[in-house]
Design a protein around this ligand. Structure first.
Ligand code: THU
Length: 140
């Protein structure tokens, strides 16, 4: 994993926790926040945004990622990713978010999330081994 000191990781967890305060979760009442750290020190956050249709709900992790790419492009390296919630529960990123993360988050990036017994921290490749990917086609 890249060298992320514990102070920077704590700050990232804190940013995710704050972002969870903006969650729009009137249906599940499960308020999630995510924060990602670029290699230049910039932090981008997101929260879950639910929808009355239920199926159109968007997770905190994907919202943070799509916001990050929208604001900064896909050229920079994401070196750490934190998830938090306001329910005092375990909340590792869901499977759909892991697949989306695999597009942009380096396999050795540090991922931290609330586990069953406190914070868990590991390289991205460990929570999402054997991701679906293929060689991007060249221009025709
Ligand atoms: N949720 C996230 O924001 N991230 C996840 O990785 C899993 C679930 C949200 C979706 C929904 O608003 C609520 O948590 C309950 O599933």
């Amino acid at each position: 994993m890249p060298a992320i000191d514990s102070v920077a990781l704590d700050r990232l967890r804190q940013a995710a926790q704050e972002a969870a305060g903006n969650a729009y979760a009137p249906y599940s009442r499960f308020c999630v926040g995510a924060a990602l750290l670029f290699d230049d020190g910039q932090v981008v956050t997101g929260c879950n945004v639910e929808n009355m249709s239920y199926g159109l709900t968007s997770c905190a992790e994907r919202n943070a990622l799509f916001r990050a790419i929208s604001e900064r492009g896909a050229g920079r390296r994401i070196v750490a990713f934190a998830v938090a919630n306001r329910n005092g529960a375990a909340s590792p990123p869901c499977g759909a978010c892991r697949q989306v993360m695999s597009e942009f988050v380096a396999s050795d990036a540090v991922v931290t999330f609330p586990g069953e017994h406190g914070p868990e921290t590991m390289p991205f490749a460990e929570i999402f081994p054997r991701s679906f990917h293929f060689e991007k086609p060249g221009r025709p």
